[in-house]
Design a protein around this ligand. Sequence first.
Ligand code: PHE
Length: 338
Amino acid sequence: LRQQGLEQIKAAANLEELNQIRIKYLGKKGPINQALRQMKTVTAEQRPQIGALANTVRDDLQTAITQTKDQLNQKQLAVQLAQETIDVTLPGRPRALGTAHVITQVMDDIEHLFISLGYQVIPGPEVEEDHYNFEMMNLPKDHPARDMQDTFYITNEILLRTQTSPMQARVMEQYDFSQGPLKMISPGKVYRRDTDDATHSHQFNQIEGLVIDQHITMADLKGTLELVARHVFGQERQIRLRPSYFPFTEPSVEVDVSCFACGGQGCRICKYTGWIEVLGAGMVHPNVLVNCGIDPQVYGGFAFGLGPDRFAMLKYGINDIRELYANDVRFLEQFQGE
Ligand code: PHE
């Protein structure tokens, strides 16, 4: 019995099998316990012999079981460890990282410049009232200059803003000058009823700028714009102001930067003029100040509207504005940012 038991224990393939064997030999109904229970039927002389024998067999089997159990446990652990091994030397799987759109990069860059100059960044609604988009900006209903910006109307009074300039009015009419000078930029999307082509998009971006205080002059405007141009296009850039017309500024200017492709020598990019137009600006018109409840005898300032799309195109030599909105990754991937 002992020999048979030991052999079976050794052959046990797993803990479950081993447990069955244990019950078979050492269980209550197993042969050893049965033998011990029948002790009363044997003679007094035989009793110690049989008892001792039964005990050794039981102890031997128990020891063998414990040993085999340890071995099986070890084996199982080894298998588990092998399965769960992590090869820490494997190269990691690269994650596909997205990047900010090139326009976002240019806008962020310009916004950070103005934040560093103490300007607030105040975004505004793209669905705007005629009142703010035009009337407050010194463009009454029948004003011919409304034709400069072909407009998507939603109702008679509600439209998609054609410019970020309505944010000048929205901010000025709320502003409390006891807080100090007003300095803000307002970035965002604008819409015009243009047919899309290489230089026109029915939706594009603007960054409006506005500074109102006492004693602001055109020199402040020029200095600020020169800073922007040099920040975006390089320290060696020159700027020049050309007289222009906007209903909400007087005087109004268009601002050119010296061509960075040819350094002012004249090339295709600057149409052989040495200069590239980048934005519109001017001194805030007294009518606009009055519309916003500000006394033009005391306060005045400058405003500008720049197009980040155009900035991005010039900076990176992109010659079709539609590239910026087609969302072709092969195009976008070229602008990984810093
Ligand atoms: N709003 C003007 C445009 O979209 C740009 C501009 C802004 C001009 C502020 C002067 C002052 O063309």
